[in-house]
Design a protein around this ligand. Structure first.
Ligand SMILES: O=C(CO)[C@H](O)[C@H](O)COP(=O)(O)O
Length: 226
């Protein structure tokens, strides 16, 4: 395991310690969450009784593999806690998410929770958001027009591809990765983007995070919302 994976594992495992008996948990996506899910699976085998709502098909598959009981929004309308990864975290706990393309389901799940914990390795901490290209989920019809309009806001937008094919989200939409370099006002940018017809959701998460668990070289650091 390389050093980054080691940090992700440490952060993910630490987050699992916050899960208590009887909770309904939002299960975020990404490689850091893999370790959280694995640790949670172990707790379930030891007798912990919880239910999870996955935020992506990949997470759902991992949760099933690890024996985590699942539920859905037909049965529950609030979650006790959501745990999720992030691509960037600023000092105000604003996030960029969506590197794995699951930002819409992640936001639905994370926002439904009373408490939200973010798990990252320390490379994700930034002074200002924007070096990581902001993922924006858009409907497939007319994506070129939406790309043009987003670029008028001062970024370079690129249609996400995987192995040469257009990347399609779990919701059958496309992703535009928008290179802003620096995002001075995340909330304002989010609202501008959301006003554009064709934009489904942005990867800007703000006013949501309660706690950030950071995997570092030889320790795990926990930051709480002040
Ligand atoms: O937002 C996400 C997926 O849409 C992930 O949480 C984010 O990309 C972090 O992933 P990783 O833990 O693999 O670094």
């Amino acid at each position: 395991m390389n050093q980054v994976d080691f940090k992700k594992k440490a952060a993910g495992e630490k987050a699992a310690e916050y899960i208590q008996d009887g909770m309904v948990i939002g299960l975020g996506s990404g490689s850091t969450m893999y370790w959280m899910l694995k640790a949670l699976g172990q707790k379930v085998r030891e007798g912990l009784s919880i239910q999870g709502i996955p935020s992506s098909i990949k997470t759902e598959n991992w949760a099933r593999e690890f024996g985590i009981p699942l539920t859905n929004f037909e049965k529950v309308n609030r979650l006790d806690l959501a745990i999720d990864g992030a691509d960037e975290v600023d000092p105000h706990f604003n996030l960029i998410k969506g590197g794995g393309g699951s930002l819409l389901r992640e936001k639905i799940v994370d926002q439904a929770a009373d408490h939200f914990i973010v798990v990252v390795d320390d490379s994700k901490l930034v002074d200002e958001l924007g070096a990581f290209p902001l993922p924006v989920e858009v409907v497939s019809f007319g994506w070129q027009l939406v790309k043009y309009r987003i670029e008028q806001l001062g970024c370079q937008a690129e249609l996400r591809k995987r192995n040469g094919e257009v990347f399609v989200t779990n919701n059958q939409n496309y992703i535009l990765d928008c290179q802003f370099n620096v995002i001075k006002k995340p909330e304002e940018l989010h609202h501008k983007l959301k006003q554009m017809l064709g934009v489904v959701e942005t990867g800007l998460f703000f006013n949501m995070t309660d706690r950030v668990i950071i995997g570092k070289d030889n320790e795990v650091k926990i930051q709480e919302r002040s």
